[in-house]
Design a protein around this ligand. Structure first.
Ligand SMILES: *Cc1c(COP(=O)(O)O)cnc(C)c1O
Length: 514
């Protein structure tokens, strides 16, 4: 084995699986530490803080007194610190390595954004503070709106929705408000087969029937089928562009025209905006409403359910229905318009206050530090990275569609045919290589989908290492080494979990053993 100058091996040490087969005495395996729940480590007689003995006082407030233990775990401080440090090391994140999860845009989050978000004038303010004391924060919202309107080419934006799915809800509610205002009760929303699950879910949540539009062989919306489904019952069409197969809907103008000719609205799912920032403006493509995922396109650590921010941009046809509150200029400076007056057709309020201030700061910091040229370059580099992966892997894996892709490369499982290895197995084996797996089994329109989104923030070195690992795994699968896949992950604290059970019956509450 060759060693580097510090005496460390330069290549992975061969293990045959045997060396990890023995049980350790501690439950730990090397640096993969077993970690119980903090409640399981609890010792009643221990505390990490010195609390003074309390004197005599009446333990009952309003006749209510605690008769059981409070239930907080008792641990010395070093054990608390170790517990959370160990937990944090079990977490895979973009700061650990590439996170090629398609449709999620897991990019590097510049630390500058964090520094800005922690400025006391942004980080320590409260939504109920007098408006005169938060003028800077309102100005930031105003400036962010300006950048969003410039980048999307639209006349209005609602900042308050707190995620992409929430933005979809906001957009479809505006569409419903506009239709109601013209006394037009339409009941159907059309979604392409490849749509993200949140699109039909939003439509159904707003009381619409969902009708599916098929895709063509080239992975784009079948525009003839779309036209045939358009009639005076259709309220809106929801299309993602670039779509969830990583392809640009090149007939998007024609789609918009057909939708408008039928008196319907064009909702665009803008979660994939990272591919086209500075290159194409949704306003020019005929879009009536589109959410942006600030936490995808404009950075911010995300995943595991938060935090997010999903501002929605609107066309002239919908801009009167934007939700409250929004920033307005008055003679005394900036203020939030909190209440609708008689003439205001606003849909009302979607969130308690004004939305995710921390996200606004991070997004604006990202935009301003990149500048318009930098944002455009980020999109170009994201598309280049994805195409580099597509071009480097398509001789051994099966690309689902011909031609170049946008910001993500879609493969399916035809290359695994007769190997006994499934998409799931393949993804689990990637964990043993130190990678977060790509998105699997989505979009549903291709069999055993593998959707890889490298983003612009992976260097060529990182992409090359990823490609080498993927090619290595493909070779292993094709050479019949099924065990490497079916038992994977071998090098993770947990092996295969029952993910269906975990999703359907999550255990969210700790119950002490009797
Ligand atoms: C991420 C995503 C959404 C949902 O956004 P959230 O912020 O997770 O609610 C919707 N559509 C597409 C295509 C997405 O990738």
């Amino acid at each position: 084995m060759s060693m580097n100058t510090q005496g460390r091996p330069t290549a992975a040490v061969e293990t045959d699986g045997q060396s990890t087969a023995f049980e350790s005495f501690s439950g730990h395996r090397g640096l993969r530490l077993a970690e119980p729940l903090i409640f399981e480590m609890d010792r009643e007689d221990t505390t990490g803080v010195d609390v003074e003995e309390v004197g005599d006082f009446d333990l009952e407030i309003a006749g209510l007194g605690r008769d059981s233990k409070i239930g907080c775990p008792g641990l010395p401080e070093p054990d608390v610190v170790r517990h959370y440090t160990r937990l944090s090391r079990k977490n895979y994140g973009i700061d650990m390595g590439p996170f090629p999860l398609g449709s999620c845009t897991m990019k590097h989050n510049p630390r500058l954004n964090e520094k800005m978000a922690r400025l006391p004038g942004f980080g320590d303010i409260h939504p109920l503070q007098p408006i005169s004391t938060v003028q800077g924060a309102l100005e930031l919202m105003e400036t962010l709106s300006h950048w969003i309107l410039e980048l999307t080419g639209t006349p209005a934006v609602a900042l308050s929705p707190k995620a992409g799915a929430h933005g979809e809800l906001c957009g479809v509610m505006a569409i419903r408000a506009a239709l109601e205002a013209r006394g037009d009760a339409r009941e159907v929303i059309l979604c392409p087969e490849s749509a993200h699950g949140t699109n039909p879910a939003t439509a159904a949540f707003c009381g619409y029937k969902v009708k599916s539009i098929p895709a063509k062989d080239n992975g784009r919306v079948d525009i003839e089928a779309l036209k045939q489904s358009l009639d005076d019952t259709v309220a809106a069409v929801m299309v993602t562009n670039p779509n969830t197969c990583g392809l640009f809907e090149d007939e998007v103008r024609e789609i918009a025209d057909a939708v408008h000719a039928a008196g319907a609205f064009f909702y665009c799912d803008g979660a994939n905006f990272n591919a086209i920032v500075g290159k194409a403006r949704p306003g020019d493509l005929g879009v009536d409403a589109m959410h942006l995922n600030l936490h995808k396109t404009f950075s911010t650590p995300h995943g595991g359910g938060g935090p997010g921010s999903g501002p929605v941009v609107f066309s002239d046809a919908l801009k009167d229905y934007v939700p409250l509150p929004y920033v307005v200029k008055t003679a005394d400076g900036l203020t939030l318009k909190e209440h609708a007056d008689d003439k205001d057709p606003s849909m009302g309020r979607l969130v308690a206050f004004h939305g995710q201030m921390g996200m606004y700061v991070r997004a604006l910091s990202y935009m301003m530090s990149h500048g318009s040229d930098g944002l455009k370059q980020a999109s170009e580099d994201a598309v280049l990275s994805a195409n580099y992966i597509l071009a480097s892997l398509q001789d051994v894996m099966t690309a689902s569609y011909e031609g170049p892709c946008m910001h993500e490369a879609l493969f399916d499982d035809r290359f695994l045919k007769d190997t006994g290895v499934t998409t799931l197995d393949f993804a689990k084996a990637m964990i043993d290589e130190g990678y977060h797996p790509m998105t699997m089994y989505f979009p549903l329109v291709v069999h055993g989908a593998m959707l890889i989104e490298p983003t612009e923030s992976e260097s060529k070195n990182n992409l090359d290492q990823f490609i080498r690992s993927m090619r290595g795994l493909v070779e292993e699968a094709k050479s019949g080494n099924v065990a490497r896949f079916s038992g994977a992950p071998y090098f993770a604290p947990m092996g295969r979990l029952d993910e269906t059970q975990a999703a359907r019956k999550p255990v969210l509450k700790y119950e002490a053993a009797e």
